[in-house]
Design a protein around this ligand. Structure first.
Ligand SMILES: Nc1ncnc2c1ncn2[C@@H]1O[C@H](COP(=O)(O)OP(=O)(O)O)[C@@H](O)[C@H]1O
Ligand SMILES: O=P(O)(O)O[C@H]1O[C@H](CO)[C@@H](O[C@H]2O[C@H](CO)[C@@H](O)[C@H](O)[C@H]2O)[C@H](O)[C@H]1O
Length: 441
């Protein structure tokens, strides 16, 4: 019964990675009572022969207050079962557990050594569009529950703890985490960090700037429009370079030898092949992308690699009153953990952010009555901020050599291919944004 209710409910959740594909079966792999009226479930979802596991905090109440009506999963007998992340009277249990360093039925709750956790604040679910679910406790902490579970330590916990141990700038301080064993491997279930309560999301700031530009007279250059963002893009570039330096110091680094570089093209092609099979709208762009892959095969330089962010975009950076902070070091949701932890070229992150400037410039055009007139403005904004970001990256000590242009272009196209699949699955009306990346330059 519960499995049937969960199968209907899970398909509607923003964080469910299998949207668009039928659910063949759903089973409950683990069901642990954490506290009265609060259960921790690990749910296995089978789709097209493959299995993914998700984490659900299940609340049980005989009468469901109105404030929780939207979280209802279903009713069995006289018990209402609901998504308990929305219930601040239950989620205090997570905070208490981390503060005390408790173990409960195989769930281990931990805090960063020396961190004092205030257990007073009550939680609210962050309303951002997310691949996970984040609980904000007062204005102190944000605790991210990883919905799709992959055995192993989550790269975000691994990276932020390592950078914090080096007193690295541009990160939100870590406070605690929750883990369990999955397939015999210690697996991160949740990670709690400092909540940047007064900071602004890079995406929102960028959009405000784009709106200002759209509203300005066409003859006024972007540099003279009130909300110009280029200085911020430049600062973000410098912060990115610093984070890359810290990552290189905190984790091993390596070099892809010249004769191995062409293997990178194979990786790009594999992604392209899978994406075209899923989103036919990509097909006309294959020759252009293939050409970029071929250019990578012709490279004759070696490529330095290190740990990187892996899914770097404007929604992953926040501007505090003093500087930029980088969030969400867990790589692309949906990729295997080994791939997300693998050493890669930092150009991959640079390319991710360059794509994001394109997204910000174009996303207001969809359905806009003056889209054709505004297109050159969008291009101007993207070009200006992309250039400023690259300048800042170089000024901050980030390395982009002349020959790196080929790799950067290939990383950008590969990211756009990923985005096409992401948008087709999650926000089909946004599909034209990444598709515009394949226009010849
Ligand atoms: N430490 C933080 N302080 C304030 N807001 C945060 C913090 N971490 C995340 N956020 C907000 O939550 C949003 C989603 O966070 P993110 O880590 O990217 O989650 P996901 O991996 O699920 O997308 C961010 O865009 C930001 O607005
Ligand atoms: O932040 P997440 O880890 O959930 O990343 C996923 O979702 C992102 C969207 O929220 C998606 O990013 C794409 O859209 C952004 C605007 O919403 C844009 O700034 C990015 O450049 C674009 O890639 C990301 O790709 C996906 O992994």
């Amino acid at each position: 019964m519960l499995d049937e209710l969960l199968a209907t409910w899970i398909d509607r959740q923003r964080w469910f990675g299998g949207k668009g594909r039928p659910i063949d079966a759903l089973s409950i792999d683990s069901d642990v009572e954490l506290a009265p009226g609060l259960r921790h479930l690990i749910v296995a979802v089978w789709q097209e022969g493959s299995r993914d596991r998700y984490q659900v905090l299940l609340g049980e109440r005989h009468s469901l207050p109105d404030r929780l009506a939207h979280a209802l999963i279903g009713t069995v007998g006289d018990v209402h079962l609901y998504d308990a992340v929305h219930d601040s009277e239950r989620t205090d249990w997570l905070l208490d557990g981390m503060a005390r360093g408790e173990d409960r039925s195989g769930l281990r709750m931990r805090h960063v050594p020396g961190a004092a956790i205030d257990t007073e604040p009550r939680s609210m679910v962050l309303s951002a569009e997310q691949s996970n679910t984040s609980l904000v406790y007062g204005d102190a902490y944000i605790c991210k529950l990883f919905r799709r579970l992959i055995p192993g330590v989550n790269p975000e916990l691994e990276i932020v703890n390592a950078l914090a141990a080096r007193n690295a700038p541009h990160i939100a301080q870590p406070y605690g985490w929750i883990e369990t064993d999955l397939d015999g491997t210690g697996t991160t279930l949740a990670f709690m960090q400092e909540y940047l309560s007064t900071a602004n999301d890079g995406w929102d700031l960028a959009l405000a700037s784009v709106r200002d530009l759209y509203a300005s007279l066409p003859e006024i250059p972007a540099s003279e429009v009130g909300g110009d963002f280029a200085a911020e893009s430049m600062r973000l570039g410098a912060a990115t370079a610093r984070v890359h330096r810290e990552l290189a110091a905190a984790f091993p680094t390596d070099v892809i030898e010249t004769h191995e570089v062409k293997r990178m093209a194979e990786g790009f092609r594999r992604r392209l092949g899978r994406a075209v099979a899923e989103v036919p709208a990509l097909r006309p762009h294959v020759p252009g992308i293939e050409h970029a892959c071929h250019q990578v095969e012709l490279l004759t330089n070696e490529v330095p690699v290190q740990r990187v962010h892996g899914d770097y975009h404007l929604g992953q950076v926040m501007r505090t009153t003093t500087d930029w902070v980088v969030l969400d070091f867990e790589g692309e949701p949906g990729q295997p953990l080994a791939e997300r932890r693998a050493l890669s070229s930092p150009l991959r992150d640079v390319a991710g952010m360059l794509r994001s400037f394109d997204y910000a410039a174009r996303h207001l055009l969809a359905g806009h009555s003056e889209a054709d007139d505004l297109e050159p403005r969008a291009q101007e904004w993207a070009d200006r901020n992309r250039a400023a970001f690259l300048d800042g990256y170089a000024e901050g000590g980030g390395v982009i050599n002349r020959g790196d242009a080929v790799l950067l272009r290939a990383f950008e196209l590969s990211k756009a291919v990923y985005e096409v699949v992401y948008e087709a699955r999650n926000r089909p009306t946004w599909l034209p944004i990444p598709l515009a990346a394949f226009r010849p330059r």
